[in-house]
Design a protein around this ligand. Sequence first.
Ligand SMILES: [Zn+2]
Length: 382
Amino acid sequence: MSNFAPIPGSTILNSIAGRKMIVMATNTRVTTVARGIFRAAKDTDSAVFMELARSECDLKGGYTGLTPKSFSERVKQAAIDVECDIWALHADHITIKTGESQEIDDTKKLIDGQIEAGYTSFAIDASHLFNFEGKNLREELDKNIRVTTELAKYIEKRMKGKEFGLEVEVGEIGRKDEHGLVLTRPEEAVTFIKALNENGVHPQVLAIANGSVHGNVYDEHGNVIEQVSINIPQTKAVAKALRDNNLKVGIAQHGITGTPRELINLEFPKGDIIKGNVATFWQDIVFNVLKVYEPELYRDMWNWTVETYRPKNPGKKDNQIFGSNCKFAIKQFFDRIYSVDEDTERAIEAMVYAEALVFFRAFSSKGSASLVRERLGETNRR
Ligand SMILES: [Zn+2]
Protein backbone atom coordinates (compact mmCIF):
# COMPACT_ATOMS: atom_id res chain seq x y z
CA MET A 1 0.00 0.00 0.00
CA SER A 2 1.14 3.50 -0.73
CA ASN A 3 2.15 5.84 2.06
CA PHE A 4 1.55 8.72 -0.38
CA ALA A 5 5.24 9.65 -0.38
CA PRO A 6 6.71 11.00 -3.63
CA ILE A 7 8.06 8.46 -6.13
CA PRO A 8 11.02 8.90 -8.51
CA GLY A 9 10.35 11.31 -11.36
CA SER A 10 12.09 8.83 -13.66
CA THR A 11 9.52 6.13 -12.84
CA ILE A 12 6.69 8.45 -13.83
CA LEU A 13 8.30 9.67 -17.06
CA ASN A 14 9.48 6.20 -18.13
CA SER A 15 5.98 4.81 -17.53
CA ILE A 16 4.38 7.11 -20.10
CA ALA A 17 7.15 6.76 -22.72
CA GLY A 18 5.67 6.28 -26.17
CA ARG A 19 2.20 7.48 -25.13
CA LYS A 20 0.55 10.68 -26.27
CA MET A 21 0.48 12.10 -22.77
CA ILE A 22 1.95 15.08 -20.94
CA VAL A 23 2.58 14.92 -17.21
CA MET A 24 1.66 18.18 -15.52
CA ALA A 25 4.23 19.75 -13.22
CA THR A 26 2.87 22.45 -10.94
CA ASN A 27 4.84 25.16 -9.17
CA THR A 28 2.85 25.58 -5.98
CA ARG A 29 4.27 28.91 -4.78
CA VAL A 30 1.48 29.08 -2.23
CA THR A 31 1.10 25.48 -1.10
CA THR A 32 -2.58 26.02 -0.32
CA VAL A 33 -3.16 25.03 -3.96
CA ALA A 34 -1.61 21.56 -3.53
CA ARG A 35 -4.76 19.85 -2.25
CA GLY A 36 -6.88 20.92 -5.22
CA ILE A 37 -4.21 19.74 -7.65
CA PHE A 38 -3.78 16.38 -5.89
CA ARG A 39 -7.56 15.85 -5.80
CA ALA A 40 -7.84 16.50 -9.52
CA ALA A 41 -4.84 14.20 -10.16
CA LYS A 42 -6.45 11.44 -8.14
CA ASP A 43 -9.89 11.85 -9.72
CA THR A 44 -8.45 11.76 -13.25
CA ASP A 45 -5.91 8.99 -12.57
CA SER A 46 -3.12 11.39 -13.53
CA ALA A 47 0.49 11.40 -12.39
CA VAL A 48 1.68 14.84 -11.31
CA PHE A 49 4.89 16.65 -10.35
CA MET A 50 5.04 19.14 -7.49
CA GLU A 51 7.92 21.52 -8.00
CA LEU A 52 9.52 24.85 -7.14
CA ALA A 53 12.50 26.48 -8.82
CA ARG A 54 15.65 27.61 -7.02
CA SER A 55 14.47 31.24 -7.22
CA GLU A 56 11.18 30.26 -5.61
CA CYS A 57 12.54 27.95 -2.92
CA ASP A 58 16.06 27.63 -1.58
CA LEU A 59 17.79 27.11 1.76
CA LYS A 60 16.92 30.71 2.70
CA GLY A 61 13.32 30.48 1.50
CA GLY A 62 13.53 31.92 -2.03
CA TYR A 63 10.75 34.34 -2.91
CA THR A 64 7.99 32.06 -1.66
CA GLY A 65 9.40 31.85 1.87
CA LEU A 66 9.60 28.07 1.50
CA THR A 67 12.74 25.97 2.02
CA PRO A 68 13.06 22.52 0.45
CA LYS A 69 12.17 21.09 3.87
CA SER A 70 9.05 23.20 4.49
CA PHE A 71 7.89 22.85 0.87
CA SER A 72 8.30 19.08 1.06
CA GLU A 73 6.45 18.81 4.38
CA ARG A 74 3.52 20.88 3.15
CA VAL A 75 2.96 19.08 -0.15
CA LYS A 76 3.49 15.66 1.46
CA GLN A 77 0.79 16.48 3.98
CA ALA A 78 -1.53 17.54 1.17
CA ALA A 79 -0.88 14.21 -0.64
CA ILE A 80 -1.68 12.31 2.56
CA ASP A 81 -4.85 14.35 3.18
CA VAL A 82 -6.10 13.67 -0.33
CA GLU A 83 -4.60 10.15 -0.61
CA CYS A 84 -2.79 10.88 -3.86
CA ASP A 85 -0.11 8.24 -4.50
CA ILE A 86 1.47 8.91 -7.92
CA TRP A 87 3.49 12.09 -7.72
CA ALA A 88 7.10 13.28 -7.76
CA LEU A 89 8.75 16.00 -5.70
CA HIS A 90 10.83 17.92 -8.20
CA ALA A 91 13.50 20.60 -7.97
CA ASP A 92 12.64 22.87 -10.90
CA HIS A 93 15.36 25.14 -12.40
CA ILE A 94 18.40 24.45 -10.25
CA THR A 95 19.85 27.42 -12.09
CA ILE A 96 23.59 27.99 -12.47
CA LYS A 97 24.38 31.42 -13.87
CA THR A 98 28.19 31.70 -13.85
CA GLY A 99 29.51 28.19 -13.22
CA GLU A 100 32.12 29.58 -10.83
CA SER A 101 33.27 27.32 -8.00
CA GLN A 102 31.46 29.26 -5.27
CA GLU A 103 28.19 28.95 -7.15
CA ILE A 104 28.74 25.22 -7.76
CA ASP A 105 29.46 24.68 -4.04
CA ASP A 106 26.31 26.58 -3.06
CA THR A 107 24.33 24.56 -5.58
CA LYS A 108 25.58 21.32 -4.04
CA LYS A 109 24.43 22.54 -0.63
CA LEU A 110 20.99 23.26 -2.08
CA ILE A 111 20.89 19.78 -3.62
CA ASP A 112 21.87 18.27 -0.24
CA GLY A 113 18.93 20.11 1.33
CA GLN A 114 16.57 18.90 -1.39
CA ILE A 115 17.68 15.29 -1.02
CA GLU A 116 17.36 15.48 2.78
CA ALA A 117 13.84 16.83 2.26
CA GLY A 118 12.97 13.79 0.14
CA TYR A 119 13.03 15.20 -3.39
CA THR A 120 12.70 12.51 -6.06
CA SER A 121 13.49 14.53 -9.19
CA PHE A 122 15.83 17.34 -10.23
CA ALA A 123 16.15 19.85 -13.07
CA ILE A 124 19.66 21.14 -13.64
CA ASP A 125 19.53 24.38 -15.59
CA ALA A 126 22.95 25.47 -16.80
CA SER A 127 21.51 26.85 -20.04
CA HIS A 128 22.82 30.33 -19.18
CA LEU A 129 26.39 29.05 -19.63
CA PHE A 130 26.21 29.39 -23.40
CA ASN A 131 29.54 30.29 -24.98
CA PHE A 132 28.78 32.81 -27.71
CA GLU A 133 32.42 32.69 -28.83
CA GLY A 134 32.36 28.92 -29.44
CA LYS A 135 33.51 27.86 -32.93
CA ASN A 136 30.99 25.03 -33.16
CA LEU A 137 27.97 23.68 -31.28
CA ARG A 138 30.05 21.46 -29.02
CA GLU A 139 32.17 24.42 -27.95
CA GLU A 140 29.13 26.66 -27.46
CA LEU A 141 27.57 24.06 -25.17
CA ASP A 142 30.77 22.89 -23.46
CA LYS A 143 30.28 24.68 -20.16
CA ASN A 144 26.62 23.65 -19.90
CA ILE A 145 27.65 20.03 -20.57
CA ARG A 146 30.43 20.10 -17.98
CA VAL A 147 28.38 21.72 -15.21
CA THR A 148 25.30 19.58 -15.91
CA THR A 149 27.46 16.45 -15.79
CA GLU A 150 29.14 17.44 -12.55
CA LEU A 151 25.86 18.19 -10.80
CA ALA A 152 24.06 15.11 -12.17
CA LYS A 153 26.90 12.91 -10.88
CA TYR A 154 26.70 14.69 -7.54
CA ILE A 155 22.96 14.00 -7.27
CA GLU A 156 23.56 10.36 -8.21
CA LYS A 157 26.18 9.98 -5.50
CA ARG A 158 24.05 11.64 -2.84
CA MET A 159 20.94 9.62 -3.75
CA LYS A 160 23.00 6.50 -2.88
CA GLY A 161 21.52 4.17 -5.48
CA LYS A 162 17.95 5.47 -5.17
CA GLU A 163 16.27 6.20 -8.49
CA PHE A 164 15.50 9.81 -9.35
CA GLY A 165 14.17 11.92 -12.19
CA LEU A 166 16.54 14.13 -14.16
CA GLU A 167 15.71 17.11 -16.36
CA VAL A 168 18.36 19.19 -18.14
CA GLU A 169 18.13 22.36 -20.18
CA VAL A 170 19.58 23.63 -23.43
CA GLY A 171 18.62 27.07 -24.69
CA GLU A 172 17.62 29.62 -22.12
CA ILE A 173 13.83 29.91 -21.97
CA GLY A 174 12.57 33.35 -22.89
CA ARG A 175 15.98 34.70 -24.03
CA LYS A 176 15.68 37.31 -26.76
CA ASP A 177 18.14 38.76 -29.25
CA GLU A 178 17.60 41.47 -31.88
CA HIS A 179 15.43 39.05 -33.91
CA GLY A 180 13.14 38.07 -31.01
CA LEU A 181 12.99 34.88 -28.93
CA VAL A 182 15.98 32.58 -29.47
CA LEU A 183 14.85 28.99 -30.09
CA THR A 184 16.73 25.76 -29.45
CA ARG A 185 17.79 24.12 -32.73
CA PRO A 186 17.38 20.35 -33.25
CA GLU A 187 21.13 19.80 -33.69
CA GLU A 188 21.77 21.74 -30.50
CA ALA A 189 19.51 19.41 -28.50
CA VAL A 190 21.11 16.34 -30.11
CA THR A 191 24.68 17.53 -29.45
CA PHE A 192 23.82 18.30 -25.84
CA ILE A 193 22.10 15.00 -25.01
CA LYS A 194 24.71 12.93 -26.89
CA ALA A 195 27.49 14.55 -24.89
CA LEU A 196 25.67 13.99 -21.60
CA ASN A 197 24.98 10.35 -22.47
CA GLU A 198 28.69 9.88 -23.32
CA ASN A 199 29.44 11.23 -19.85
CA GLY A 200 27.08 8.64 -18.33
CA VAL A 201 24.29 11.11 -17.67
CA HIS A 202 20.86 10.00 -18.92
CA PRO A 203 18.09 12.54 -18.36
CA GLN A 204 14.49 11.54 -19.12
CA VAL A 205 13.49 15.04 -20.11
CA LEU A 206 15.00 18.07 -21.79
CA ALA A 207 13.82 21.66 -21.41
CA ILE A 208 14.27 23.71 -24.57
CA ALA A 209 13.64 27.29 -25.60
CA ASN A 210 10.71 26.98 -28.01
CA GLY A 211 9.04 30.35 -27.86
CA SER A 212 7.40 30.35 -24.44
CA VAL A 213 8.18 32.80 -21.68
CA HIS A 214 7.79 32.31 -17.95
CA GLY A 215 4.80 34.00 -16.35
CA ASN A 216 2.07 36.05 -17.97
CA VAL A 217 2.32 37.96 -21.24
CA TYR A 218 1.13 41.60 -21.35
CA ASP A 219 -0.04 43.99 -24.04
CA GLU A 220 1.03 47.66 -24.24
CA HIS A 221 -1.74 48.63 -21.79
CA GLY A 222 -0.38 46.27 -19.16
CA ASN A 223 -3.23 43.77 -19.63
CA VAL A 224 -2.64 40.02 -19.62
CA ILE A 225 -3.04 38.43 -23.05
CA GLU A 226 -2.98 34.84 -24.27
CA GLN A 227 0.36 33.23 -25.02
CA VAL A 228 0.35 31.71 -28.48
CA SER A 229 4.09 32.01 -29.17
CA ILE A 230 5.13 28.41 -28.53
CA ASN A 231 6.66 27.20 -31.79
CA ILE A 232 5.10 23.79 -32.35
CA PRO A 233 6.90 22.83 -35.62
CA GLN A 234 10.27 23.62 -34.00
CA THR A 235 9.33 21.54 -30.95
CA LYS A 236 8.38 18.60 -33.16
CA ALA A 237 11.63 18.98 -35.12
CA VAL A 238 13.69 18.85 -31.92
CA ALA A 239 11.82 15.75 -30.72
CA LYS A 240 12.24 14.06 -34.10
CA ALA A 241 15.97 14.79 -34.21
CA LEU A 242 16.37 13.27 -30.74
CA ARG A 243 14.41 10.16 -31.77
CA ASP A 244 16.29 9.84 -35.06
CA ASN A 245 19.51 9.77 -33.08
CA ASN A 246 18.08 7.12 -30.77
CA LEU A 247 18.30 9.45 -27.77
CA LYS A 248 15.70 8.50 -25.19
CA VAL A 249 14.62 11.85 -23.88
CA GLY A 250 11.34 13.75 -24.06
CA ILE A 251 10.73 17.48 -23.99
CA ALA A 252 9.72 19.57 -20.98
CA GLN A 253 7.49 22.47 -21.93
CA HIS A 254 8.13 25.40 -19.63
CA GLY A 255 6.07 28.57 -19.30
CA ILE A 256 2.60 27.24 -20.10
CA THR A 257 0.66 29.89 -18.13
CA GLY A 258 -1.44 31.91 -20.55
CA THR A 259 -1.47 29.27 -23.30
CA PRO A 260 -5.09 28.48 -24.22
CA ARG A 261 -6.02 24.99 -23.08
CA GLU A 262 -7.78 24.21 -26.36
CA LEU A 263 -4.48 24.89 -28.13
CA ILE A 264 -2.64 22.57 -25.73
CA ASN A 265 -5.36 19.96 -26.20
CA LEU A 266 -5.45 20.00 -29.98
CA GLU A 267 -2.04 21.27 -31.12
CA PHE A 268 0.62 20.29 -28.58
CA PRO A 269 2.69 17.29 -29.71
CA LYS A 270 1.88 15.04 -26.77
CA GLY A 271 4.49 12.32 -26.41
CA ASP A 272 7.12 14.65 -27.90
CA ILE A 273 6.38 16.96 -24.96
CA ILE A 274 6.15 14.65 -21.93
CA LYS A 275 6.26 17.15 -19.06
CA GLY A 276 4.39 20.47 -18.93
CA ASN A 277 5.15 23.10 -16.30
CA VAL A 278 2.37 25.33 -15.03
CA ALA A 279 3.49 27.85 -12.44
CA THR A 280 2.16 31.42 -12.38
CA PHE A 281 -1.36 30.22 -13.20
CA TRP A 282 -1.84 28.77 -9.67
CA GLN A 283 -0.54 31.89 -8.01
CA ASP A 284 -3.02 33.95 -10.05
CA ILE A 285 -5.89 31.83 -8.70
CA VAL A 286 -4.75 32.46 -5.12
CA PHE A 287 -4.51 36.20 -5.69
CA ASN A 288 -7.90 36.38 -7.44
CA VAL A 289 -9.55 34.63 -4.50
CA LEU A 290 -7.78 36.85 -1.96
CA LYS A 291 -9.03 39.90 -3.87
CA VAL A 292 -12.60 39.04 -2.79
CA TYR A 293 -12.17 37.00 0.37
CA GLU A 294 -9.32 38.97 1.97
CA PRO A 295 -9.58 42.51 0.53
CA GLU A 296 -7.35 44.08 3.19
CA LEU A 297 -4.59 41.56 2.67
CA TYR A 298 -4.91 41.97 -1.10
CA ARG A 299 -4.77 45.77 -0.83
CA ASP A 300 -1.67 45.60 1.39
CA MET A 301 0.04 43.24 -1.06
CA TRP A 302 -0.90 45.45 -3.99
CA ASN A 303 0.45 48.59 -2.33
CA TRP A 304 3.67 46.93 -1.19
CA THR A 305 4.34 45.42 -4.62
CA VAL A 306 3.60 48.53 -6.64
CA GLU A 307 5.52 50.82 -4.29
CA THR A 308 8.52 48.49 -4.16
CA TYR A 309 8.74 47.77 -7.89
CA ARG A 310 7.50 50.98 -9.53
CA PRO A 311 10.95 52.64 -9.43
CA LYS A 312 12.45 49.64 -11.24
CA ASN A 313 9.75 49.66 -13.95
CA PRO A 314 9.48 53.17 -15.35
CA GLY A 315 6.73 53.60 -17.92
CA LYS A 316 4.93 50.38 -16.99
CA LYS A 317 1.27 50.36 -15.91
CA ASP A 318 0.50 49.51 -12.28
CA ASN A 319 -1.43 46.35 -13.17
CA GLN A 320 1.58 44.96 -15.03
CA ILE A 321 3.98 46.00 -12.26
CA PHE A 322 1.75 44.16 -9.80
CA GLY A 323 1.22 41.15 -12.07
CA SER A 324 4.91 40.65 -12.77
CA ASN A 325 6.12 41.24 -9.22
CA CYS A 326 3.34 40.06 -6.89
CA LYS A 327 5.23 36.78 -6.56
CA PHE A 328 7.66 38.65 -4.31
CA ALA A 329 4.77 39.57 -1.99
CA ILE A 330 4.31 35.89 -1.11
CA LYS A 331 7.28 35.87 1.25
CA GLN A 332 6.56 39.39 2.49
CA PHE A 333 2.98 38.45 3.51
CA PHE A 334 3.71 34.78 4.23
CA ASP A 335 2.06 34.59 7.66
CA ARG A 336 -1.10 36.34 6.55
CA ILE A 337 -1.44 34.27 3.35
CA TYR A 338 -1.13 31.07 5.37
CA SER A 339 -3.55 32.16 8.11
CA VAL A 340 -6.58 32.98 5.97
CA ASP A 341 -9.84 31.40 7.11
CA GLU A 342 -11.45 28.16 5.99
CA ASP A 343 -13.81 29.83 3.52
CA THR A 344 -10.89 31.37 1.66
CA GLU A 345 -8.99 28.08 1.55
CA ARG A 346 -12.09 26.24 0.37
CA ALA A 347 -12.54 28.69 -2.51
CA ILE A 348 -8.87 28.36 -3.51
CA GLU A 349 -9.07 24.58 -3.40
CA ALA A 350 -12.28 24.45 -5.44
CA MET A 351 -11.01 26.78 -8.15
CA VAL A 352 -7.65 25.03 -8.33
CA TYR A 353 -9.39 21.65 -8.53
CA ALA A 354 -11.57 22.71 -11.47
CA GLU A 355 -8.71 24.33 -13.39
CA ALA A 356 -6.43 21.34 -12.75
CA LEU A 357 -9.12 19.04 -14.20
CA VAL A 358 -9.08 21.11 -17.39
CA PHE A 359 -5.26 20.99 -17.58
CA PHE A 360 -5.14 17.23 -17.03
CA ARG A 361 -7.72 16.87 -19.80
CA ALA A 362 -5.76 19.13 -22.17
CA PHE A 363 -2.59 17.14 -21.37
CA SER A 364 -4.35 13.78 -21.98
CA SER A 365 -2.85 12.52 -18.75
CA LYS A 366 -5.83 10.41 -17.66
CA GLY A 367 -4.61 6.89 -16.96
CA SER A 368 -0.98 7.89 -16.50
CA ALA A 369 -1.10 7.14 -12.75
CA SER A 370 -2.26 3.58 -13.47
CA LEU A 371 0.60 3.12 -15.94
CA VAL A 372 3.01 4.15 -13.18
CA ARG A 373 1.35 1.81 -10.67
CA GLU A 374 1.73 -1.09 -13.12
CA ARG A 375 5.40 -0.30 -13.57
CA LEU A 376 5.93 -0.01 -9.81
CA GLY A 377 4.22 -3.40 -9.39
CA GLU A 378 6.52 -4.98 -11.96
CA THR A 379 9.59 -3.54 -10.29
CA ASN A 380 8.43 -4.87 -6.92
CA ARG A 381 7.81 -8.37 -8.31
CA ARG A 382 11.25 -8.60 -9.90
ZN1 LIG B 1 10.76 27.00 -16.34
